[in-house]
Design a protein around this ligand. Structure first.
Ligand code: HEC
Length: 160
């Protein structure tokens, strides 16, 4: 979240500077700092068609920092290497266990999962419950809002 707050502070400074000469400045910009998943109404707006608005941008930014938990084991870039875990680039929509050259557990390889956002969400909530026998020994995320943010970040990063 730090980066989000810093970016917002920067926007504020720029906005103030731009309005500095005006004696009664109209607010020209609305600053939205969103705690992902903070309440049900926010959770539901992600199922609506999403404009590429500030809320989405801050969700992706939050996901990028939450993904720090994953980078010890996972790369998220096109053509990136497998590390302790497989490269996660383009994982959404992909069959589980299909990164080239990565040695998966039998449990993952034969799970039959296709990684929709919902499947990713339940795996990240509790990897060992979702795929009993998985060799992913860390990375469980108990906070639903954080999972939502991480998945938004994975989707965003895979579009580049
Ligand atoms: C300690 C290392 C480690 C961490 C930390 C970790 N993972 Fe993993 N991950 C793995 C390993 C190892 C596998 C392969 C599991 C298997 O074969 O059973 C895996 C598999 C996966 C898969 C399935 C990939 C596929 O190709 O089917 C996803 C999705 C995933 N991890 C996401 C994440 C996310 C998101 C995070 C961070 C929140 C994370 N992982 C954190 C080691 C890790």
């Amino acid at each position: 979240m730090k980066a989000v707050f810093r970016a917002s502070a920067l926007v504020l400074v720029i906005t103030l500077a731009a309005c500095g000469s005006d004696p009664a400045p109209e607010p020209t910009e609305q600053i939205v700092v969103r705690e992902p998943g903070a309440d049900a109404s926010e959770a539901s707006d992600t199922t609506a068609p999403e404009p590429a608005g500030e809320a989405t941008a801050s969700l992706v930014a939050a996901g990028k920092s939450a993904f720090n938990t994953c980078i010890a084991c996972h790369v998220l870039e096109k053509g990136g290497a497998n590390r302790i875990g497989p490269n996660l680039y383009g994982i959404i929509g992909q069959a589980a266990g299909s990164a080239d050259g990565f040695k998966y557990s039998d449990a993952m390889a034969s799970s039959g999962i296709t990684w929709t956002k919902e499947e990713l969400d339940s795996y990240l909530a509790n990897p060992a419950a979702k795929v009993p026998g998985t060799t992913m020994m860390a990375g469980a995320i108990s906070d639903a809002g954080q999972r939502e943010a991480i998945i938004a970040y994975i989707e965003d990063a895979s579009a580049n």
